[in-house]
Design a protein around this ligand. Sequence first.
Ligand SMILES: Cc1cc2nc3c(=O)[nH]c(=O)nc-3n(C[C@H](O)[C@H](O)[C@H](O)COP(=O)(O)O)c2cc1C
Length: 223
Amino acid sequence: MLPTKPINAMIEDVFATRFTCKRYDPDRTVSDEDLNTILEAGRLSPSSFGLEPWKFLVIPRESALTDKLREIAWGMKRNAPYSIVILARKHMEASSPHVAHMMTDVQGASPEDFEQRKDMFANFQANDLGVASDPRLMFEWSCRQAYIALANMLTTSALLHVDSTPVEGLNYEKVNKFLADEGLMDPEEFGVAVMLQVGYHDPTHIMHPKTRQKAEDVVEFLK
Ligand SMILES: Cc1cc2nc3c(=O)[nH]c(=O)nc-3n(C[C@H](O)[C@H](O)[C@H](O)COP(=O)(O)O)c2cc1C
């Protein structure tokens, strides 16, 4: 699978050179323009039925919240100009207010279309996806979609030459409680899916060679 066009080579280079930043430069920040583009990559990400079961909390380095969060999120790195918490929705049932809002207000379904879509969606959740009867599975389904937004934000950062860190290294119970206690998240509606940080690596950052399995070990072409 050799690249044939400059764009292919460029894309492969972006993926080959992006890395998880372990140490941020305390003296640099991300421009508003770049931060906005990274957030737009999240907002514009695809989601099942286009229901966008997410929310992005953007926390600047200077915020007192950053240090408090780091105490319960061991995977977070110091000095990142922005830490972004990606929340996932708990209530994605066909009968939920969010689904009604998305299908009617955002996607513009007429009342008849909405009833039809809602039934189809309920059937899909119950019989195909199998998440309808289990709130944990429902939330995990939202989280799976939040990770699509995460991936797009990581790639967009790399395209902009902004370094980033995906962060799952957190105590979910404590971070959920913290955000709820601070009044930043309604725990009835949302839970933490994952986080990311963006910024520029410190000049002392040690770059490790990228380790990945070989293409032939992970890609199988079928006849
Ligand atoms: C969902 C997810 C969660 C991660 N959580 C953390 C984390 O909490 N802290 C950290 O330093 N790295 C974290 N990583 C980074 C991985 O360790 C890293 O992506 C992997 O080792 C490959 O290295 P690379 O990203 O530099 O190519 C996470 C990566 C992903 C995709």
